[in-house]
Design a protein around this ligand. Structure first.
Ligand code: HEM
Length: 307
């Protein structure tokens, strides 16, 4: 105990603070509870359905669960893309975490795919227009942290990229612009307009910060130092595949369940030509292209690949 008190005294004296004040504070502090620490009441008060259909609650909570898991993904990405280049072992450990979190997203998606009544979904979704999961900024932040902006431009439009293009100009070619483009009016949909108004500046700022430090470039830097390993490459491939193929496919399956397919298709709340847009074989979003061979890149999203 004496040694501990000395350490506490040393800690506050080196901050030029009076240790006694802090010890007295400790004396009066309430013991911590689970509900205060985890903020349970705040968390459980964040669900506000817009209709009386009970399944709307499932829809809201599961979106919130997704956002929390994406927060974990970004938390690891932040550590990998800031500061000095991490050691290969740290890189690998964090990649395994990223894979685990992304698998949580794919394996739990049955809560959406099978967990709601189609009749309820088709009613309450009408009260949600023009909001869409498309407006989830965290998905976009993850993409910008993982790979150069050029890789988020669909292959068929990459020839339009010029070396002198600004980040702002490149964003006009990014793959998700396609989902927010109304082919009849040839204007941006309200879903896209509102999304850009709210987030575009933060996307530009992140893209600028990630220009030299995104995950892919950091991995290439590590490889250049001869520090990449088979285990690291395989973890990167697994993360790429889970985030960019497995998740889009389970998500597309939900869209088919609730919005139909082919001629029977219903318009989505975001109004996109969703069936084509959402398929990974059209988006061809690949974070770490050099880790896949030509054939694998060609067949991205079409056949199951060994990740
Ligand atoms: C019944 C469940 C769901 C259906 C039917 C559905 C349907 C759709 C549709 C049709 C789109 C295309 C954009 C539009 O026009 O709205 C879309 C986009 C999107 N949704 Fe969902 N969605 C569901 C659940 C979710 C969940 C739980 C999330 C998690 C946050 C989510 C995240 C997204 C994202 C990130 C996009 C954009 C995808 C991209 O740009 O590649 N969706 N969704």
């Amino acid at each position: 105990m004496e040694a501990l008190l000395k350490q506490i005294e040393h800690k506050y004296r080196s901050l030029r603070e009076d240790p006694e004040t802090y010890l007295k504070g400790l004396l009066h502090m309430r013991p911590l509870t689970y509900w205060d620490y985890i903020q349970v009441d705040a968390l459980l008060s964040l669900q506000h359905p817009r209709t009386n259909f009970p399944d709307e609650m499932v829809f809201i909570v599961y979106h919130q669960v997704t956002e929390l898991i994406l927060k974990l993904v970004r938390h690891e990405l932040d550590q990998l893309t800031r500061g000095p280049l991490p050691e290969a072992s740290v890189f690998e450990e964090k990649l395994h975490r990223l894979v685990r979190y992304t698998r949580l997203l794919t394996t739990s998606f049955s809560v959406m795919n099978q967990g709601m009544r189609c009749e309820e979904y088709s009613q309450f979704r009408l009260a949600l227009a023009p909001a869409s999961g498309f407006q989830s900024a965290q998905f976009r932040y993850v993409e910008l942290q993982c790979t150069p902006l050029e890789h988020l431009i669909p292959p068929q439009r990459r020839a339009e990229v010029r070396p002198d293009m600004t980040i702002e100009e490149k964003f006009q070619l990014i793959y998700w612009q396609d989902a927010g483009y109304d082919r009849q009016t040839r204007m941006k949909t309200l879903t896209l307009q509102q999304f850009e108004e709210r987030y575009l500046d933060s996307f530009y700022a992140l893209a600028r910060r990630m220009e030299k430090d995104n995950l892919y470039l950091r991995y290439l830097a590590l490889a250049q130092q001869g520090k990449d390993t088979e285990a690291l490459r395989s973890a990167l491939r697994l993360f790429d595949y889970t985030f960019n193929v497995s998740w889009p496919l389970v998500h597309l399956q939900a869209a088919h369940t609730y919005l139909g397919s082919g001629h029977e298709q219903t318009a989505a709340t975001g109004g996109s030509p969703w069936e084509k847009y959402l398929h990974p074989k059209h988006q061809k979003r690949i974070f770490f292209p050099s880790l896949w061979n030509e054939e694998e890149r060609q067949k991205w999203g079409e056949v199951e690949l060994q990740a």
